[in-house]
Design a protein around this ligand. Structure first.
Ligand code: F6P
Length: 357
């Protein structure tokens, strides 16, 4: 009897349930009654505390289009567990529970932080396979993560909605897009949502350059401008600062996020009315788009195939449209940022979109 545990960890995103479904159905089709699948609850916390349940075929039905995760999730298990009684050695707890459950393999669905822990567990001798999920698309080793395309849809839709009100009022709008420290989501949503400027952490901006873009549009008779701004966007001045200096600068400012400071700077420089829209967690809520349902299913099924081959210590990835396993040790601790010279950025520049640089 093969025993497989599955958990979802870190911030949720669209497509987690579709991936669980793909994995579960493929395992059941391959191993029939010779497999037991355990759903580990609330991410690594469930593995640390030993909270899990046996999953039955019915659990994998009717969830391909369901957002969130049926298994629950948690962030930073090590930080949270530090304060709990008896919780001093989390890795040992995880290993003990893995052995207690008699697992042959642990399948982990998660983002960057999750992959560091998965690699650690793999190095400690656990048989681990991971699937890359995040709206940020910042996991090294895969061209795309599930959740990303659904979040692009949401953010592009926000930009579409802002267009109608911005044109009516002749206003300048900033739409702040998630993405943590990288600009993939802002770049793709900004291009799809017809933003006039796209500001990314990877291409530090200068306020003067954005003012020039706004003035140029005004001269052309365009009464409105829309900026897609990554939550991690940096000015050129900030990009020169150390992490510590930047943290201190931001802490001293009265603005809740980068967009509000930029709005203030632009208001001062242009005399225009600026509005800020922050869609926030809506970007990773709701149902996965069809692209993510297909991608998640393919990733889940690929994980089942690796289990069949007893090939552990890998992340399932998509490279050049082909699903491939990538060694976990190559993925852990690396961030996939947007190359400033990539073709999507060039495409945007070629149609006159400003990056503020
Ligand atoms: O990593 C996904 C993400 O949504 C980021 O884009 C964002 O910076 C962060 O998570 C928000 O984290 P939390 O869910 O803890 O508020």
């Amino acid at each position: 009897m093969l025993k497989v545990g599955v958990l979802t960890s870190g911030g949720d995103c669209q497509g987690l349930n579709a991936a669980i479904r793909g994995l579960g159905k493929a395992l059941l089709c391959t191993f029939g009654s010779d497999i037991t699948i355990y759903g580990i609850e609330d991410g690594y916390r469930g593995l640390i505390e030993g909270n899990y349940h046996r999953m039955v075929p019915h659990d994998f039905s009717g969830i391909i289009n369901l957002g969130g995760t049926i298994l629950g999730t948690s962030r930073q298990p090590f930080k949270q567990m530090r304060s709990m009684a008896g919780g001093t050695d989390k890795v040992k707890n995880m290993k003990d529970n893995y052995n207690k459950m008699g697992l042959d393999c642990l399948v982990v669905l998660g983002g960057n932080g999750t992959h560091k822990t998965a690699n650690l567990l793999s190095q400690k001798g656990l048989s681990v396979i991971t699937l890359p999920k995040t709206i940020d698309n910042d996991i090294w080793g895969t061209d795309i993560t599930f959740g990303f395309q659904s979040a692009v849809d949401v953010a592009a839709n926000v930009l579409d909605c802002i267009h109608t009100t911005a044109t009516s009022h002749g206003r300048i709008f900033i739409v702040e897009v998630m993405g943590h420290k990288v600009g993939w989501l802002t770049l793709h949503a900004g291009l799809a949502g017809s933003a006039d400027a796209i500001l990314l952490p990877e291409i530090p901006y200068k306020v003067d350059n954005i003012v020039k873009m706004i003035n140029h549009r005004s001269k052309e008779g365009k009464r409105f401008s829309i900026l897609a701004v990554a939550e991690g966007a940096l000015s050129q001045e900030e990009a020169q600062m150390s992490k510590k200096e930047l943290k201190a600068k931001r802490a001293a400012e009265p603005y809740p996020s980068v967009s509000y400071r930029l709005a203030h700077d632009l208001e001062q420089a242009t005399g225009h009315e600026i509005r800020v829209t922050v869609p926030g967690h809506i970007q990773r809520g709701g149902n996965p788009c069809p692209y993510d349902r297909v991608l998640s299913t393919r990733f889940g099924v690929a994980a089942a195939q690796l289990i069949k081959q007893k090939k552990y210590g890998y992340m399932v990835a998509m490279r050049n449209n082909v699903i491939v396993p990538v060694p976990l040790c190559e993925v852990a601790g690396k961030l996939k940022t947007v190359p400033p010279d990539c073709d999507v950025i060039q495409t945007a520049r070629d149609i006159g979109i400003s990056f503020g640089d």
